[in-house]
Design a protein. Structure first.
Length: 670
């Protein structure tokens, strides 16, 4: 007999396929879950599995906890992931082994082969098949090595191999695939960095395959030092390991995995250079991707203070909303306790207009921005009104904003996703001032621009201001901060957006019918349209810390690419039409419309960013940004094709009757 253990978090899409293939031939099925919110636990119980909750400590630690604490009674233990399926032929081979008296089986454990599916297609090559994983072993003999990611179970020899593969297919689509590998690459970079700092060599762990030891040695000693890492990885997978035979799915799979190696390499370099702290919070499985740390601040800005260790359970006041949406939320009971921590009266460095002296209303849309909100608000205290519009944050964003003196409003997307947050606020809030300035929580105002805004709203125009336009709105320039530096090239500077305008005459355009794009509080490609004419320009800049590290960049652009794929498929335009003879937005949209039909778009995007837009002048940071922009183009195209083929949540998979013939010799240890 055999007991099965599955660790889960939000696996409602995958779990029914996994559990249905385990029915009728296993003894007990244990599902160790970590606060799933999508019905995973109910699905597991409906298939007769025993569900045990355990807070997430990490991949290896979670499995080791289960092996040590679950009431495993069968002679054999089998570990399977929720996105894996046992075929009937594999089931037959497993039961032939486990039906024998346990003492009569010489082997202590068995490697199971695995066939990976990508974009609903089997990957027979690319170096990913055969792929051996030790999953079946005698009860009590296995323990996972202490490793954050790509952990292997350690069992004493002798060990055997089962030829029939199980099917590995995550049905959650490309967005989840990218987010998972973003998280894995962060963990792997940190693991390598800690090995280097502690002078340990985890590749010497006993009883793991020779291939695994070689892979780990190369990732630590070789790959980080090879120029063009993703190119070599792609060549190895697509040409040497015959990924070309897997068609389009094989090509895109090789591209994604080669980019994964690049993520590890860049994140490792960031750790070595001190751009990312190795002690920063590691992203967990409970979100697609979390920022690795708070945004770095450069002088003369003052760094945000560490947040207090306060229980983050919303108080009754923070979750109750006034019946009139045009009025602020009641004050959170924790706001007063945070006043001394946020120090709202402490001015930022520089010469600023006096506190509350400028008749402008600042609008800041937020959700879970506790790491950014205080410094953002500290740099706009000169405004006479500050409005924060929150989308049910679960962290300390609301009390922190209120402790800084901001009025906080609660926003909830409607069933059709429209209006979006900023338009809702412009329509709903009872503004005290005629002029509104829109900032994101990860943006920091600078003194020169603040003074220029003061002159505009009190009708004292600056001599240095570029054209006035209609006088009802202004384009503001921003500096993108990435990997601790200001990106002056790559097409990221200058970067103008209409952010200051008379609130009665400006609204964000609507592009298509897609509502909540899961792109955070940014409107992605929507822009402000003024009903009274063209906007003018201000000279000063503000700072944009949207990308404090590589993980954050990937997380945001993973979501933004959903929108890109949607627009690409529908060719949707908003109020601002594409025109080569129009303004900056019209010209930009005309270029995108034309290049959308060009071949080799990812490569062209890299060359455009790095060569034509002089990203090379930004050094290593400019090269990384340009590579990422090419990759962003690639994932947008890949998601567009995913949308065209079928719903990724209902893939056309082979039945569990499928048989794949392969050698029983271990070729890869992944």
């Amino acid at each position: 007999m055999i007991d099965v253990m599955i660790i889960t978090y939000n696996e409602a899409i995958n779990l029914p396929h996994c559990l249905s293939a385990l029915q009728g031939w296993t003894n007990k099925i244990f599902v160790v879950d970590s606060d799933s919110t999508d019905g995973t636990q109910d699905i597991a119980r409906s298939y007769g599995a025993e569900v045990i909750h355990h807070n997430w400590p990490g991949y290896a630690k979670q499995k080791n906890w289960g092996l040590a604490n679950l009431p495993l009674t069968s002679p054999w233990t089998f570990i399977i992931d929720a996105d894996e399926v046992i075929t009937n032929r594999l089931r037959t081979q497993i039961t032939q082994i486990t039906s024998k008296p346990v003492d009569s089986v010489v082997e202590n454990g068995f490697f199971i082969n695995r066939l990976t599916y990508f974009l609903n297609k089997p990957i027979h090559h690319c170096g990913y098949f055969p792929s051996w994983n030790l999953r079946l072993f005698k009860r009590g003999l296995g323990v996972y090595e202490d490793r954050e990611v790509h952990e292997h179970i350690i069992i004493d020899n002798p060990l055997g191999y089962i030829s029939e593969p199980m099917l590995h297919n995550d049905r959650r689509g490309l967005e989840h695939f990218i987010a998972k590998h973003n998280r894995y690459s962060t963990l792997e970079a940190r693991s390598i960095y800690r090995d280097i700092v502690t002078h340990s060599d985890i590749s010497l762990t006993p009883n793991i395959s020779a291939q695994t030891r070689r892979n780990r040695w190369m990732k630590r000693h070789l790959i980080p030092h090879i120029p063009g890492t993703p190119l070599w990885r792609f060549f190895y997978m697509y040409v040497l390991r015959m990924g070309i035979l897997d068609g389009r799915a094989g090509y895109e799979f090789c591209k994604f995995i080669s980019m994964y190696d690049y993520m590890v390499s860049v994140k490792l370099k960031a750790l070595k250079r001190g751009v990312t702290s190795p002690s920063a919070q590691v992203p967990t499985h409970s979100s697609l991707a979390q920022p690795e740390g708070s945004p770095p601040r450069t002088e003369p800005l003052q760094a945000p203070q560490p947040l207090p260790q306060i229980k983050q359970t919303p108080s009754p006041e923070s979750v109750s909303v006034d019946s009139d949406p045009s009025r602020p939320m009641p004050r959170d009971s924790r706001a007063d306790a945070m006043v001394h921590l946020t120090q709202p009266d402490r001015p930022p460095v520089g010469q600023w207009p006096s506190r509350g002296s400028v008749p402008v209303s600042v609008l800041i849309p937020v959700k879970n921005e506790e790491r950014n909100i205080v410094e953002c608000l500290r740099h706009v205290m000169w405004a006479s009104e500050i409005v924060v519009v929150d989308s049910h944050s679960t962290d300390l964003t609301v009390p922190l904003a209120q402790s800084m003196g901001a009025d906080v409003y609660c926003f909830t997307y409607s069933s059709n996703g429209w209006p979006k947050k900023k338009n809702w606020a412009l329509d709903t809030v009872r503004w005290k001032n005629e002029w509104v300035l829109i900032l994101d929580a990860d943006e920091i105002m600078m003194p020169k621009l603040a003074e220029e805004i003061r002159r505009v709203v009190v009708n004292q125009p600056s001599e240095n201001r570029r054209k006035d336009g209609c006088g009802d709105g202004y384009w503001l320039n921003r500096r993108f901060m990435f990997m601790g530096t200001w990106i002056k090239g790559c097409g990221y500077y200058p970067s103008y957006n209409i952010r200051l305008f008379r609130h009665r005459v400006g609204r964000y355009e609507r592009i298509g019918a897609l509502g909540d794009t899961s792109s955070g509080d940014n409107e992605v490609h929507e822009h402000i349209v003024l009903t009274t004419g063209q906007a003018g320009y201000l000279e000063g800049d503000f700072l944009h810390y949207a990308y404090p590290n590589l993980a954050t960049w990937i997380d945001k652009h993973n979501r933004y690419s959903n929108w890109e794929a949607y627009v690409m498929g529908e060719d949707r335009l908003g109020s601002v039409q594409a025109s080569i003879l129009g303004g900056p937005i019209e010209r930009r949209r005309w270029i995108k419309k034309v290049v959308r039909h060009l071949p080799f778009r990812p490569t062209l995007r890299f060359l455009y960013s790095y060569i034509l837009k002089r990203g090379f002048l930004d050094g290593y940071s400019g090269y990384v940004m340009s590579r990422l922009m090419g990759w962003y183009e690639f994932i947008s195209i890949a998601k567009y094709h995913e949308m065209k083929k079928c719903d990724s949540r209902t893939p056309n998979l082979p039945s569990t009757q499928m048989s794949v013939t392969t050698s029983v010799k271990p070729d890869a240890g992944k």
